[in-house]
Ligand binder design. Structure first.
Ligand code: NAP
Length: 249
């Protein structure tokens, strides 16, 4: 696999969980890393940034709300000013606000669609002009198995993640001729803070349905994201790769 030395990789939601694992994977392969995060308690982001710098990685972390078009635009202007390029964008930031449809209010809907779907649009829009100029670039959007199969209590989340799949395929078609590959990765049930919040009963129910009988790890998702951005995946675009222990086939 060709090294990704010196390339600039931007990962939204890179402070923890899957995003952090993606940041460390690309860093290990020699990339320069920019992570975005949102929590005003910046301890997770600081810990990730320090962990990267301790390994000698050139890395930056910034607080930015991906659901804000203006904030994302400003963020990328700064990245281009400092680093001059973005070679890889990983749209990973995501949230859940779970409740059954009957109880789901407008705020639950807007918040989840804002981060998970509009956030992907905002960041992609911000990098694509430069990638077109370079006639090169890789974009990976983190979707979810739930966008494919649905899940009670997650109408907002499932809709956002199905939207990410449609967005991925459309942008892949629009950008393929410009040297840019756009793919999606749809994790199943992965051990992060997002799933740690779930009630034990729901976790047990999920585990029962997974043929491999266990949760995935953030590293198992990160490996696939990296592979999609490596030369090994040079003829792959518009695909949604499922990383889910067999829960959906
Ligand atoms: P996580 O541990 O909760 O991390 C979420 C990340 O998103 C954090 O870095 C968080 O930053 C960031 N974020 C949240 N709101 C944001 C906003 N408005 N603007 C910018 N960044 C924001 O979640 P995870 O489990 O690693 O999930 C990562 C991605 O994988 C998400 O898209 C999720 O939907 C998807 N996914 C996860 C699973 C799973 O089982 N865990 C399964 C399928 C798909 P702060 O902490 O700084 O707020």
């Amino acid at each position: 696999m060709a090294p990704i030395d010196g390339r600039v990789v931007v990962i939204t939601g890179g402070s923890k969980g899957i995003g952090r694992a993606i940041a460390f994977k690309f860093a290990q392969e020699g990339a320069r890393i920019v992570i975005g995060h949102y929590d005003p308690d910046e301890s997770a982001a600081r810990q990730t940034l320090n962990g990267l710098k301790d390994k000698g990685v050139v890395a930056e972390a910034h607080k930015v709300d991906v659901s804000s078009y203006a904030a994302v635009d400003e963020w990328f202007k700064g990245i281009f000013e400092r680093l001059e390029r973005v070679d890889v964008l990983v749209n990973n930031a995501g949230i859940t606000q779970d409740t059954l449809l009957m109880r789901m209010d407008e705020a639950d809907w807007d918040a989840v669609l804002g981060v998970n779907l509009k956030g992907v649009f905002n960041c992609t829009r911000a990098v694509v002009r430069s990638m077109i100029k370079e006639r090169a670039g890789r974009i990976v959007n983190i979707s979810s198995v739930v966008g494919q199969i649905g899940n009670p209590g997650q109408a907002n989340y499932a809709a956002s993640k199905a939207g990410v799949m449609g967005f991925t395929k459309t942008t892949a078609r629009e950008l393929a001729g410009r040297g840019i590959a756009v793919n999606g990765v749809a994790p199943g049930f992965v051990d992060t803070e997002m799933t740690a919040r779930l009630p034990e009963k729901i976790k047990e129910e999920f585990l029962r349905q997974i043929p491999m009988g266990r949760m995935g790890t953030p590293d198992e998702v990160a490996e696939v994201v990296y592979w999609l951005c490596s030369d090994a995946a040079s003829y792959i675009t518009g695909q949604i790769i499922h990383v889910n222990g067999g829960i959906y086939m």
